[in-house]
Design a protein around this ligand. Structure first.
Ligand code: HEM
Length: 154
């Protein structure tokens, strides 16, 4: 059998049971998924500024700017990023979700995005999302706390 006969999820032998187990490790429960769904409108309302801020943090670094390479790719990336960020708040963390995340990982490996770039970008994206949630929930600490906890897990 060739690799191309199998999906990434099959190659890595990630079963439905394994996905559920990993959600348990993270404490990603139904309640947390519901919290994430309830945040989607807020994120959607701010999606343009989130994406702009994300690339404002990446492109000043020559080594990352070089990997992106040109204005057209950056424009394409902003579209991918919009879709990616919104999908974090769909509340569906099933095989399709895992598969799409594995694919993103493979694409970055292929084009030479080093883990140190990727990990710092994930951290930056997470703090951009966190700041939006804090600014919207600053008068309701309980709601703010559960939003922050949920967004860290997806
Ligand atoms: C939070 C971290 C990141 C996320 C969520 C993300 C998301 C994505 C997605 C969804 C794609 C499209 C994958 C596909 O073709 O199916 C992509 C492609 C790409 N990403 Fe990222 N990315 C991240 C970090 C980075 C960083 C740090 C760099 C550069 C240093 C980078 C450079 C690229 C490039 C060059 C492509 C290919 C664009 C093209 O030619 O179409 N990404 N990224």
């Amino acid at each position: 059998m060739k690799n191309t006969d199998h999906t990434l999820i099959e190659q890595l032998k990630i079963s439905k049971r394994e996905i559920e187990r990993r959600k348990e490790y993270f404490g990603l429960t139904q309640t947390e998924s519901q919290t994430l769904i309830s945040l989607k409108e807020l994120i959607s309302d701010h999606i343009e500024e989130i994406v702009e801020e994300f690339y404002t943090k990446i492109t000043p670094f020559d080594e990352m700017d070089r990997v992106i390479g040109d204005a057209e790719t950056l424009r394409r990336l902003k579209n991918y990023q919009r879709t990616y960020i919104l999908s974090l708040f769909d509340g569906q963390y099933d095989e399709d979700y895992v598969h799409s995340r594995l694919r993103v990982g493979v694409v970055h490996k292929r084009i030479g995005v080093e883990p140190k770039f990727y990990v710092s970008a994930v951290y930056n994206l997470s703090s951009i999302l966190r700041n939006i949630m804090i600014s919207q929930n600053k008068n309701n600490w309980t709601s703010c706390k559960s939003s922050l906890a949920a967004q860290l897990r997806k």
